[in-house]
Write a protein that binds this ligand. Structure first.
Ligand SMILES: *Cc1c(COP(=O)(O)O)cnc(C)c1O
Length: 403
């Protein structure tokens, strides 16, 4: 027996293999070089043997590449790998997570349409809807994430889509994705899930009934804080329109960034497992500390949606938030006392980060909006990285000593 493959063919037979194998192998094609690694096609355009071949390619009569705003082999490999991991018919890569949200809404919605957004979504997502989409005639309303009846009641005849992040940032609220998808479909609308915090390793929203999944690949998919990128995954007919928007408007993914993300995907499952283990250990440890008033982490029995998280996720993620006694001053003293952990709002990195949401990620909200979102001045968010967890405890203990 020999391995049967030729240039342009998929690398391996991937029928029935596990996520670990897909994350390493899916989407790779053999080139005539027969390279072992992931080829990086750092090219803006492509060449043809003849004018007739160019004409046929441009007319879409023969398959192949035309221009990297349209397609690029490295980007395509990344898209195919995400699609199989999310169990989507197709995935489309974008220049950033925000570009993924932009492309999705620009494609699916028109002036006069209504969208419902979870109250606890990424800050720039709120700005995109409120400052920009509203200017083009989109109606936007916000709903508490976990309130299924609230979503149902807020849907109007012109509601085009529901947009959620689950678990939420920074309080780790969870929505029952299957129940929300049922509500969306009963009204003929679509459910879009930003799956950035879980990655397809911990949660596959499409298998729970969601219609479209969005990622900021900048976070765990890269995993080492190097590149910006995003991806949208879903049914072929919807992705076709999103591809059309991206080809025309241009926020497509750089081949270099796609190549970095492919390398990131190869270790994603191992990294997510380590992130989750350390986050669980830190959350349990924090909950036992006298200076800590409350810990928000879905892996804790004390989390009101622990059972739901266990049911729809295969892990609880790596963002742990907690409240300290003593308000903003105490929270800042705690953060400033750390020596190892990076003081920054980023997450999804091998380096653990610590942030004060009320004055950074949620600083632009009014005090009333923050109160509504449950972001108090004494809240601290830690995005747990891959350092030894005992060293992270030692560093957080420096903060506890200053309360
Ligand atoms: C970071 C982030 C985004 C935006 O992604 P970028 O790659 O920074 O554009 C969207 N959603 C969530 C949940 C994020 O954490």
């Amino acid at each position: 027996m020999t391995q049967e493959w030729e240039a342009g063919r998929l690398d391996s037979d991937l029928d029935g293999v596990a996520d670990d194998t897909l994350a390493v192998r899916a989407g790779q094609r053999r080139t005539p070089e027969a390279e072992h690694g992931e080829p990086l096609f750092m090219t803006s355009s492509y060449v043809y043997r003849s004018a007739a071949e160019a004409a046929a390619r441009f007319a879409g009569e023969t398959p192949g590449n035309v221009y990297s705003r349209y397609t690029n082999p490295t980007v395509r490999t990344f898209e195919e790998r995400i699609a199989v991991l999310e169990q989507a018919e197709q995935a489309v890569a974008t220049a950033s997570g925000m570009a993924a949200i932009l492309a999705t809404v620009m494609t699916l919605c028109s002036a006069g349409d209504h969208v419902l957004v979870s109250r606890s979504v990424f800050g720039a997502t709120v700005s995109l809807f409120d400052k920009y989409f509203k200017r083009f005639g989109l109606e936007v309303d916000y709903v508490p994430l976990a309130d299924i009846a609230g979503w149902d009641a807020a849907i109007k005849p012109n509601t085009k889509l529901l947009f959620v992040e689950s678990p939420s940032n920074p309080l780790a609220e969870i929505v029952d994705i299957r129940a929300l998808a049922d509500v969306a479909h009963a009204h003929g609308t679509l459910l879009v899930v930003d799956n950035c915090f879980c990655t397809p390793i911990l949660q596959k929203p499409l298998t729970l009934g969601a219609d479209i999944v969005i990622h900021s690949a900048t976070k765990y998919i890269d995993g080492q804080g190097r590149c910006l990128g995003g991806v949208v995954a879903g049914r072929r007919e919807q992705m076709k329109d999103i591809v059309g928007f991206l080809r025309t408007a241009g926020p497509t993914l750089s081949p270099f960034n796609a190549w970095v993300f492919l390398k990131g995907l190869e270790t994603l499952r191992l990294r997510m497992q380590a992130h989750c283990q350390s986050a669980q250990a830190l959350a349990e440890w924090l909950e036992a500390q006298p200076g800590v008033a409350k810990v928000y982490y879905a892996g804790l029995e004390s989390h009101p949606q622990h059972a739901l998280a266990r049911q729809q996720q295969t892990g609880f993620g790596a963002v742990v938030s907690f409240e300290v006694a003593g308000g903003r001053e105490a929270a800042w003293r705690f953060i400033d006392a750390t020596r190892l952990i990076s003081i920054t709002a980023n997450l999804g990195d091998s380096k653990t980060t610590i942030t004060h949401p009320a004055t950074t990620t949620h600083g632009r909200l009014s005090p009333e909006e923050r109160a509504k979102a449950g972001i108090s001045d004494s809240l601290i968010r830690v995005a747990v990285g891959l350092e030894e967890v005992e060293d992270l405890k030692t560093d957080l203990a420096r903060g506890l000593a200053r309360l």
